[in-house]
Design a protein around this ligand. Structure first.
Ligand SMILES: *Cc1c(COP(=O)(O)O)cnc(C)c1O
Length: 354
C-alpha cells in the first residue's frame, strides 16, 4: 500500500479532558479530529485532517433532496499494552465501494480509506478507550455535494471519517417482533447497500414495534413476508436442532455484515453445522412451539451479538431460554472479543495494529 501524508490541522481545544470515559453514551462524544476528502472532476483529492466541527453546504445540496448517502460502521480497540487495533478495516473499505456502485457514487480507492483511517486513529489514539467492552466507533461515510436541483447522480462528493468512543455495550437480551406489514428491502432495491435511506425507511416500522413494547423487528421478505431476513439493523442467526441458520446474501436484500461473515468463519473453524438459507416464519413458529429453537441472536458491529429472548410471531409471544454458558452465541462472542482485544490468537488476520 502506498502511503501518503495527509495535512493535519490540529484542534486548539481538545475535548479529551472534558470527556467522561466512565459514562459514555453511544454516539454522543465525538473525538477531536475528522478526515475529509473531496471528489471533483473525476478524482479524489484535497485530503485533510481537521478539527471535528460543522461544515457548510448549500441548501441545494443533492444529498438533502435525493439521498445519495452511504456509510460504514466499524470499531477500534485498545489492548493491554495500549496498542490500537482495528477489526477487518479492509472489509469495510470494500463494502463502502459496493454501496457506492449501487448508489451511482464514485469508487474510493481502498488505499485512501485505509491510510486516512490509520492517520486519523494515530492522531486521536488517546480517544480509544481502554477496558474490555469499550471501543472507538468509527464512522466513514460518503455523500453527494452538487448544488443542483435536477434529479441525477451528483458529479461531486465528499468522503469523511470521524470517530466516537463508546463504553461497554451491555447487551441486554432483546425482544423482537416478526414484521409482516412493512418492508426493509425488496429484490431489486437497495437492501444490500449501506445506504442512509434504508435507515430512514425503517424508522417508522421500528417505532410502531417499540410502541408495542418490542426492541426490534425481525424483517421478512418484501414479496411474501414469509421468510426471515434481518433483525433491526443487524443480521440474524438461529440455532435449530444443532444447526446454525442465517439468510443467504444472494437476494440483494440482505446487508453483507462483516460480523455475520466473521461468525460464519468461526463456525466453520469449529466444525459447527451451518445452513445459509431462508428460515420461513412458519418454520420459526414451529421451532418455537416444539422447543427445537436453541438460540436466536442478532449480529452486527454495535453489539457484536445481541441475544434474543422473546419473539412475537403471528400475534403470539414466545420466550427463549437464557443461552447456556456453552451456547454457540456465547462462545462466538467471547472468541470475537478475545481476538479484538488481542487476548487470543487472531487466526484469520482480522486485526490491524495502528
Ligand atoms: C450494518 C448493517 C449490518 C451489520 O453489518 P456489520 O458489518 O456486521 O456491522 C446488518 N444489517 C444492516 C441492515 C446493516 O445496515
Amino acid at each position: 500500500m502506498s502511503t501518503f501524508s495527509i495535512p493535519v490541522t490540529k484542534t486548539t481545544h481538545s475535548k479529551l479532558s472534558e470527556t467522561d470515559f466512565s459514562s459514555l453514551v453511544f454516539g454522543k462524544s465525538i473525538s477531536d479530529h475528522m478526515f475529509v476528502a473531496d471528489y471533483q472532476n473525476g478524482a479524489w483529492g484535497d485530503f485533510r485532517i481537521v478539527p471535528y466541527g460543522p461544515m457548510e453546504i448549500y441548501p441545494g445540496n443533492a444529498t438533502l433532496h435525493y439521498g445519495q448517502a452511504i456509510f460504514e460502521g466499524m470499531k477500534a480497540y485498545k489492548n493491554e499494552k495500549g496498542e490500537v487495533l482495528v477489526f477487518r478495516a479492509e472489509a469495510n473499505a470494500k463494502r463502502l465501494n459496493e454501496s457506492a456502485a449501487r448508489m451511482c457514487m464514485p469508487q474510493l480507492p481502498e488505499s485512501i480509506f485505509l491510510e486516512a483511517l490509520k492517520q486519523l486513529l494515530s492522531l486521536d489514539r488517546d480517544w480509544v478507550p481502554q477496558g474490555k467492552g469499550s471501543s472507538l466507533y468509527i464512522r466513514p461515510f460518503m455523500f453527494a455535494m452538487d448544488n443542483y436541483l435536477g434529479v441525477k447522480a451528483s458529479d461531486t462528493y465528499r468522503f469523511m471519517i470521524f470517530t466516537s468512543p463508546v463504553g461497554a455495550y451491555y447487551s441486554k437480551p432483546v425482544s423482537v417482533k416478526v414484521e409482516t406489514t412493512y418492508t426493509r428491502a425488496c429484490e431489486g432495491g437497495t437492501g444490500e447497500a449501506k445506504a442512509a435511506g434504508n435507515y430512514a425507511a425503517s424508522l417508522y416500522p421500528a417505532l410502531q414495534a417499540q410502541k408495542e413494547g418490542y426492541d426490534q423487528l425481525l424483517w421478512t421478505d418484501g414479496k411474501t413476508h414469509s421468510q426471515i431476513e434481518e433483525s433491526g439493523t443487524m443480521n440474524v442467526m438461529f440455532k435449530i436442532k444443532g444447526t446454525l441458520i442465517t439468510a443467504p446474501t444472494h437476494s440483494g436484500t440482505i446487508l453483507k455484515g462483516i460480523t455475520r461473515n466473521s461468525v460464519l468463519q468461526l463456525a466453520k473453524d469449529w466444525g459447527q453445522a451451518v445452513e445459509e438459507c431462508f428460515l420461513t416464519v412458519s418454520e420459526l413458529e414451529e421451532a418455537l412451539k416444539n422447543g427445537s429453537l436453541e438460540e436466536a441472536f442478532g449480529v452486527g458491529t454495535a453489539a457484536t451479538i445481541a441475544f434474543i429472548h422473546k419473539i412475537k410471531v403471528n400475534g403470539k409471544d414466545y420466550l427463549l431460554p437464557e443461552p447456556k454458558p456453552e451456547a454457540f452465541s456465547k462462545r462466538v462472542l467471547s472468541t470475537l472479543d478475545g481476538i479484538k482485544y488481542g487476548e487470543i490468537q487472531d487466526p484469520h488476520q482480522w486485526m490491524t495494529t495502528i
